[in-house]
Design a binder for this molecule. Structure first.
Ligand code: ES4
Ligand code: ZN
Length: 318
């Protein structure tokens, strides 16, 4: 099996429908019927509706133990598919929405990572993310919490959320707080918005990587800049096709970006929502993009090069 590494997965979005139902029962919560479809999968219609259902499903993650369970199960599933390294994005804003402190959410995630590592050998790291549509003040608050609670497994900072709300420039102060503390950064751009959104993120934020970034393909100069600056792209093909960014695999720019010299990784984003997993992303990259095992190994090496882990860990994973 080709070893796999993942840089882009939202932890709250990695909880399976079964686990979400189990956590809801644990807290005697009733989720709205429309959270699930007739097969019991998450039901959503477009990207903004996805974000809404995601918030509802995430509201069952209420204690450190819940965060531990989501993290542990996700990493063990990844390990079973041959993943050796996974970065999960955590969202203190989702924790805060259910009254959980930053420290409590972190404690649960750390426990899940450590238990999964001792049982399977998988390495996990945490990218703490702010949510763009919640606004720059929340972004600054999350950044302050990251710096106030340093932890060896928190190795980066990021931003998700609605790319059509606010501007990356609004979040420069938040990113500067964590960047000044020495943490590397990534941000979603070029997924639901086009090349200008990617350019704005590159201009405004101290990012080494981009979440998605794929719509940079609309501007050849920008593609060249991504290649020259060796920005690592956290590409999530299954997610892009599920949300309609591209119609199908032949319309997806992954190969074109790679041929233009961009650094490409494969990622699941929000696996149960988009009917995917890190294993399935690698499988589909093989069957639908035609990447052979050597090419997939190079994708994994690109992910390890771009990983926000310490150099010794990265060397061991190579
Ligand atoms: C996202 Cl805030 C958030 N959560 C999950 N998936 C996302 N995609 C873009 N933003
Ligand atoms: Zn994402």
């Amino acid at each position: 099996m080709v070893p796999k590494a993942e840089l882009h997965c939202h932890l709250e979005g990695a909880a399976s429908p079964d686990l979400v139902r189990r956590l809801a029962a644990r807290h005697s919560m009733a989720l709205p019927d429309e959270t699930f479809d007739e097969n019991g999968n998450f039901a959503w219609s477009d990207f903004l509706h996805f974000l809404k259902v995601y918030d509802i499903a995430s509201s069952v993650i209420r204690t450190p133990e819940d965060y531990r369970d989501v993290t542990y199960q996700y990493l063990m599933d990844c390990a079973a598919e041959g993943a050796i390294y996974v970065e999960v994005m955590s969202s203190p804003d989702h924790a805060a929405a259910v009254g959980m402190s930053y420290a409590d959410h972190l404690e649960g995630i750390v426990a899940g990572i450590e238990e999964a590592r001792s049982e399977s050998g998988i390495e996990g790291r945490i990218i703490v993310t702010c949510v763009r549509h919640l606004g720059p003040e929340r972004g600054v608050e999350v950044a302050r919490q990251v710096v106030a609670h340093p932890h060896e497994l928190v190795t980066g900072f990021g931003m998700g959320g609605d790319e059509n709300t606010y501007s990356p420039h609004d979040f420069t102060p938040a990113f500067e707080i964590v960047h000044a503390a020495g943490l590397p950064c990534t941000a979603h751009a070029g997924e639901v918005a086009g090349a200008q959104s990617v350019r704005d993120a590159l201009d405004a934020l101290p990012v080494q990587r981009l979440g998605h970034g794929v719509r940079a393909i609309e501007d050849p100069d920008l593609v060249r800049e991504l290649a020259d600056r060796e920005i690592v792209l956290e590409v999530c093909p299954g997610s892009n096709i599920a949300t309609g960014v591209f119609e199908n695999y032949s319309a997806h720019p992954l190969l074109a970006l790679q041929e233009a010299g961009c650094r490409i990784t494969l990622n699941s984003d929000d696996p149960p929502y988009f009917d995917t997993s890190i294993g399935r992303e690698y499988d589909r990259a093989s069957t639908l993009f035609g990447l052979d095992d050597d090419a997939l190994r190079r994708v994994t090496l690109t992910a390890i090069d771009g990983a926000f882990a310490d150099p010794e860990t990265k060397e061991k994973l190579r």
